[in-house]
Ligand binder design. Structure first.
Ligand code: MCN
Ligand code: CUM
Length: 806
């Protein structure tokens, strides 16, 4: 580099480090159709598997006849639970401490449950094969409504554990009861309610929905009989965890299992758990000695893989007449479906739902969660959920609005009164968390000023008067939401998956010419890690981001990590990257000192290299140092320039944000229009503002979908009635509103670069903003709470119930 002609700004810009709107490097291959997804993996002799699935939601299996299927040309094998029993794999452990059938054993427990696995030479033959398998069912009574799960005469769903007295978290109250989880001080909270001047109580339900990534769940399993090695290509958000679990279940040594997550077409939490398809493909490959591919179709994905939400939250807030909150009491009925396959850290059966006190200074709170079985698909933790933070934010943000309505107070004013104040951080919440940093007042005030909140309220008041005078049939709603999230699981002292501590990792290796590679335990599904991780290294090490290759998703080469979900990558792996870079930098400094013939303490870092303090012309760039590290290291120092960091965070990070939705609803048709949506996010230090904006756009679009129509709905007979994109609302560019994004920056004090996660924030804050807008619109007509999703029909129904239309 010519020091004379290149300015500091130019050197800085060349790095494309943190804060730069660097273009996504992965998009070069994605936009040209050059991505490499699981279904692109085609191996010689590869077979295809497909499932026979149950049409019944609850039935005894009388018999399974494979004979006709085995005669279909191309069909090689039909696996049933009986076959899997010989290898002890008819059932598999779930991440929540439950067990789950791989293939239906004696009975089926939800519609579309896996009953048999047909293996054939191609996908079409497999499909013909499944149609030829004859299964005789005897229908059993169906349990769909979780509020009836623990009725004395409710059908017992899980006969395998009907006599089990204790669940993973204490005694069970009923054969259909999974766990009860309580947090907080019950006596103090009950006392607060006895003394309260004002209370509210409302059943706030967050309906069942589904992340439905565009690429469904899939895998290719290839067992090499000679080497005794199993290679699995799969759509896994956490490849190392899959490797360890496979090793534990199969007894194949862990070093002989190769798990590869190639490019992934969206995960959204749907690809965290283990599904029967993975086990059946692996067994089929071991049995046949051929690679076996399993690829779900859309209906299978929507009806059998991890759903989201299905939380029914009875919410009570105690307050003074002036609107100071004095207590929060929440009871959750959690519908987990047929098996408890929630992908939560082991100690957290309701995830981090105990963030339900939100952004408010509740002196006391009490939470109880009851998990129950129903005849529905298993899952529950998925879909930009931050481990149930979406449900918690919805609960408290609806609750605060209901309280504001009862007090006759503006919802923003009520929030301002009760916010945790900046000087209270680090803040200890009544339900046990330590919030690292926040400045809520600044964020909400910026929101109010930017949107002219007062002006919008005046307009709303005028419209309401006009409505009452009969001059318009349109009502206007302002949906305020202020969320605090908790992301970055997590400190290993309280977060593990099946005993595996939730740290994360990064290994950085710089090459002699000043380029390098970094490998991570995380796995992008679209979040742009290849772009952003290199930016952290660019700033930390002064090497242009373009010269750093990022590799994720291969368990043979990546250091052990816990994967990407719960917006944990930036809080945990992002920190590991900075820490690994700092180890590299420490060695680089020793090398530079030797090269410049000074003591290392006499050096200072300057953008892309070290210079001697007070002698600016005495400088060694990182590029020069890399060469020297290999070719002329200081005497006694081993050559090379690389480091690995395993980072176990001291705390989680607590991003927050202020959102506002402005909506107009025509009461006669229920048709709504989102006039404006403003989203202010604070995720601490921002690595790539453009990627953050993309994350927020995506998350808001999903929030819009969920709040305004998307639902996995079952009829009373247990049939899924929203099992395809014909019925499951999937917004396109046509329906999606315009998003206005904004930010404040309150760094995390414990994270090496001050960054907090952001991937799930827009869903956490977005859903309550939409729902509060609808509820705010209807509130002056006497309504307190209308359940989501707020599609046209339900809006029309709400207007009808309120007597506004005949
Ligand atoms: N980022 C940043 N500055 C910050 C925080 C984050 O620039 N202060 C960048 C990160 O570098 C990263 C992206 O934003 O490129 C998301 O980072 P983070 O918030 O740490 O979240 P994760 O990478 O752990 O991604 C998980 C999160 C989850 S849990 C779901 S669900 C979800 C989401 O990401 N799934 C997605 N966003 C998704 N986006 C796409 N395209 N596809 C998915 O499946
Ligand atoms: Cu909970 S959806 Mo994300 O954590 O993969």
């Amino acid at each position: 580099m010519n020091e004379m002609t290149v300015t500091r700004e130019e050197r800085e810009a060349k790095l494309e480090g943190m804060g730069c709107k660097r273009k996504r490097v992965e998009d070069i291959r994605f936009t040209q159709g050059k991505g490499n997804y699981v279904d692109d993996v085609k191996l010689p002799g590869m077979l295809h598997g497909d499932f026979v699935r149950s049409p019944h939601p609850h039935a005894r299996i009388k018999s399974i006849d494979k004979d006709k299927a085995l005669k279909v040309p191309g069909v090689l094998a039909v696996l049933t639970a009986e076959d899997l029993k010989s290898v002890n794999l008819a059932w598999m452990p779930t991440l929540a401490g439950d067990v789950q059938m791989v293939l239906a054993d004696d009975k089926v427990l939800f519609q579309n449950q896996e009953v048999a696995f047909v293996v054939a030479t191609d996908r079409y033959a497999a499909d013909d094969g499944i149609n030829a398998v004859e299964v005789e069912y005897e229908a059993l009574p169906v349990l769909i409504d979780p509020f009836h799960s623990m009725d004395p005469d409710a059908p017992v769903l899980r006969e395998d554990i009907k006599d089990k007295k204790d669940g993973a978290h204490g005694p069970r109250k009923h054969p259909n009861h999974i766990f009860e989880w309580t947090v907080g001080d019950k006596d103090l909270t009950d006392a607060a309610f006895r003394k309260a001047e004002v209370t509210i109580k409302e059943l706030i339900s967050y309906h069942r929905t589904h992340p439905s990534p565009l690429e469904t769940c899939q895998c290719v399993c290839s067992f090499d009989k000679v080497k005794g090695e199993l290679t699995i290509w799969g759509t896994f958000q956490a490849p190392h965890v899959i490797r360890t679990v496979v090793a534990l279940i199969s007894k194949i040594p862990e070093h002989k299992i190769h798990v590869i997550s190639p490019d992934i077409g969206g995960g959204f939490g749907n690809k965290v758990g283990a599904y029967p398809g993975y086990i059946c493909s692996a067994v089929a490959s071991i049995v046949t000695g051929k690679p076996v591919k399993w690829v779900e179709d859309r209906i299978e994905n929507l009806t059998s893989t991890s759903f989201a939400r299905d939380y029914h939250m009875t919410t009570e807030i105690a307050a003074t007449k002036e609107g100071m909150v004095t207590g929060l009491r929440v009871h959750v009925l959690a519908d987990h479906g047929a098996f408890d396959a929630c992908a939560d850290p082991s100690k957290w059966p309701a995830g981090f739902f105990n963030i339900v006190t939100g952004s408010y200074d509740f002196p006391t709170a009490h939470l109880a969660v009851d998990g129950v079985y129903t005849n529905k698909a298993p899952g529950g933790v998925a879909y930009r959920c931050s481990f149930r933070v979406t449900e918690a934010a919805y609960c408290i943000e609806r609750g605060m609005n209901i309280l504001a309505q009862k007090l006759g107070m503006d919802p923003v004013e009520l929030r301002l009164k009760n916010f945790i104040r900046p000087e209270q951080f680090p803040y200890h919440s009544a339900l046990g968390w330590e919030y690292d940093s926040g400045d809520y007042h600044t964020a909400i005030k910026k929101m109010m000023e930017t949107v002219d909140y007062a002006g919008l309220r005046r307009e709303q008041a005028e419209k309401r008067d006009a409505f009452k005078r009969g001059e318009t049939r349109e009502i206007m709603g302002l949906g305020v939401s202020f969320f605090t999230e908790i992301v970055g699981a997590g400190p290993s002292k309280n977060c593990d998956i099946l005993g595996i501590a939730m740290f994360d990792s990064c290994e950085i290796r710089l090459h002699p010419t000043g380029a390098g590679i970094a490998r991570m335990g995380t796995k992008s599904q679209g979040q742009g890690h290849e772009t952003t991780w290199a930016q952290i290294i660019a700033t930390e090490l002064g090497i242009p981001a373009d010269d750093i290759m990022i590799e994720e998703g291969n368990t043979d080469t990546a250091p052990y990590g816990l994967g990407t979900y719960g917006s944990r990558s930036t809080p945990v792996a992002g920190a590991a990257i900075a820490m690994a870079a700092r180890k590299v930098k420490a060695k680089a400094q020793m090398i530079a000192a030797y090269m410049l013939e000074v003591h290392e303490d006499d050096l200072e870092w300057d953008i892309d290299g070290f210079r001697v303090k007070g002698l600016p012309e005495r400088f060694k760039s990182m590029k020069d140092i890399c060469w020297a590290a290999y070719n002329a290291p200081p005497p006694g120092m081993e050559p090379g320039l690389e480091a690995v960091s395993y980072y176990d965070p001291p705390n989680m990070t607590y991003p927050f944000g202020a959102y506002l939705c402005v909506m107009d609803i025509d009461v006669d048709t229920g048709v709504y229009k989102v006039r404006r949506f403003y989203a202010l996010d604070d995720c601490g230090t921002r690595i790539n503002p453009m990627i953050i904006e993309g994350q927020v756009h995506g998350g808001l679009t999903e929030a819009f979908a969920i709040a305004m129509g998307q639902e996995i709905r079952y009829d009373n007979d247990g049939n899924v009635v929203t099992g395809s994109f014909m019925d499951f609302f999937m917004p396109t560019a046509v329906e999606t509103p315009h998003w206005e994004t904004d930010f404040t920056v309150t760094p995390s004090p414990h994270h090496p670069i001050g960054a907090k996660g952001v991937g799930e924030s827009p869903n956490v804050g977005g859903v309550p903003a939409f729902s509060n807008a609808v509820n705010d619109a209807f509130s002056f007509l006497g309504s307190t709470h209308i359940q989501m999703p707020h599609d046209f029909w339900r809006n029309w129904q709400a207007a009808k119930n309120l007597g506004v239309i005949a």
